[in-house]
Design a protein around this ligand. Sequence first.
Ligand SMILES: [Zn+2]
Length: 201
Amino acid sequence: MSLEMNSSMGMPGREVLHPALQAAHNQGDGHSMHAPVLVLNASYEPINVCAARRAIVLVLKGVAMAEEENGHYLHAARFAVRVPSVIRLLEYRRIPHQSRALSRKNILLRDRNSCQYCGTILPAGELTLDHVVPRSRGGTSSWENLVTCCHTCNRRKGNQLPGEAKMKLMREPRAFNLHTSRHIMRLMGHSDAKWRKYLFY
Ligand SMILES: [Zn+2]
């Protein structure tokens, strides 16, 4: 999700000195400030996930409004601000066509750290990338030809096509797109009931 919501989105040229905003910046280590917040476009389409601290800043700057709160408060000097769990941008933002960089990290993220042949979920350090069509046979390094793979399956497959090695991909590898991102948001949404109505449709 490449949506960037930098401070210039707010009120350019006018630095907000809202005390709660200051508190949001200062309470960087409070764990509730790191709680994930679902970001909706003005159209209610889920587009991103950010940290609570960022969400509060966006709300206080008038860029977004809180749609759901998580029951916690951010305590500033003389008042408290409710910590949101879902915010919605007030102005519709066009989301550029997803063009996530092709990287090992993003392939692992897309495949959710699971070997695409045997389904085992492993830490990143114990996984490798497999060229479905081996490079020696003209396979490219692309979203559609790279999958997450455990070392055992990687050795077994060697320089063969999956069919030749009698191995089967768990799913067709695709570019990381908004659909994939939404899938990840759905997975995260399981831990926050307030996200569900925006994610499960
Ligand atoms: Zn495997």
